[in-house]
Design a protein around this ligand. Structure first.
Ligand code: ZN
Ligand code: ZN
Length: 356
């Protein structure tokens, strides 16, 4: 689906929702619908037109980036030209992305319009990826895999958690990544029991597990992968946690296919971990969608529930966290297909011991 095709789709969505226009303020949604990449923009979409408001820093760049979209250069706050480009009638705003202050300013500038809070209209289009998007995610995954493989081979080489995270990011940039797709997590020993640990300037300990959660960004698209590496002989509790987590992760991958409910897939992994008596140590959801955002729909968890569709890109990442001891998380990125899934991450998930 090209950008013009996406624009046609959002036009249909507006008609279905009875909206005369949608004021798109989320920069990722703006990029998806117009091609514009920048830090300041508002995209006004009607069933038949697109107008991008941006500021003079983007005068030249915006016109080369966008497709089938009129560019209007406004003042820095973009509001001074808003009334010119937004039609009267029912005008949607992205409730999940607009602050209360900004909504009030919209209301002040658009006194003739009825502002309608909307949720997920553009995100709903983004959830199933096009072939070009899948290619970008595959490329991002290849870069992250290469960096992670280098770490597995070289070992931590005396680096601290923080230095390891920085080395991984550097290697990914050298291989053409635009950067890391999120702040890389490297967490050894008891620190690994925090699912979202921040790397510290502390040495990686021996005879424990180290959680490494990382991804690359390529052509705007993210990848996401976690491996948990051993640094020697493990305490029995961590060895067991690793084996259970791996069994749960593989079972969920095997069950991942179009037509499955997200919460049922979550239950596959959660059931295995619970049966091992470790259910209380797996607090987060099984996974999430990945695309232009590192975390996006669909959400693989017990709450809500969405049906997996061919072309969705999801992570499968159960974790087991033993407070004061250590943690394990194993995460693959996969494309949902009609009869299964295409696992993108290639770094082996068998327990691997790495030197420190
Ligand atoms: Zn991750
Ligand atoms: Zn993830």
């Amino acid at each position: 689906m090209s950008i013009p095709a996406r624009q046609a789709r959002i036009g249909e969505v507006l008609r279905e929702e009875g909206l005369d226009a949608l004021v798109v303020t989320d920069l990722v949604n703006i990029r998806y619908l117009s091609g514009f990449v920048g830090s300041n923009g508002v995209l006004v979409v009607t069933p038949a037109s697109r107008v991008l408001l941006t500021d003079s820093r983007y005068t030249a760049a915006a016109r080369t980036m966008v497709e089938d979209t009129e560019v209007v250069i406004a003042g820095r706050d973009l509001m001074d030209r808003l009334a010119e480009v937004v039609p009267q009638g029912r005008v949607g705003i992205e409730a999940e992305h607009v602050t209360v202050a900004r909504r009030d300013r919209f209301a002040g500038r658009l006194s003739g319009a009825e502002l309608v809070p909307t949720a997920g209209l553009v995100e709903g289009l983004r959830v199933v990826k096009e072939e070009a998007e899948l290619e970008a995610i595959r490329a991002a995954t290849r870069i992250a895999d290469a960096a992670l493989s280098r770490l597995v081979e070289e070992g931590f080489a005396g680096r601290t958690e923080a230095a390891t995270a920085w080395a991984l990011e550097g290697w990914m940039r050298e291989m053409g990544a635009e950067g890391a797709s999120f702040d890389i997590i490297v967490a050894g020993g008891a620190h690994g029991a925090l699912p979202h640990a921040v790397p510290r300037a502390e040495a990686i300990p021996a005879d424990t597990l180290v959680v490494v959660d990382m991804g690359a960004r390529h052509a705007g698209y993210a990848s996401d992968c976690t491996r948990t590496l051993a640094t020697g002989t493990l305490p029995a509790a961590l060895e067991e946690a690793y084996a259970v987590c791996l069994e749960a992760q593989r079972a969920a991958l095997a069950a991942c296919r179009a037509g499955v409910l997200t919460k049922d897939l979550d239950s596959v992994a959660r059931g295995i971990i619970a049966d091992a008596g470790l259910g209380d140590h797996f607090g987060h959801g099984l996974g999430h969608g990945v695309g232009l955002d590192i975390h996006e729909r669909p959400w693989l968890r017990q709450e809500g529930g969405e049906v997996l569709q061919t072309g969705m890109v999801v992570t499968i990442e159960p974790g087991i966290y033993l407070e004061g001891v250590g943690g394990v998380r194993i995460e693959d990125l996969a494309i949902v297909t009609d009869d299964g899934c295409e696992v993108l991450t290639r770094v082996p998930t068998d327990l691997t011991t790495t030197s420190i």
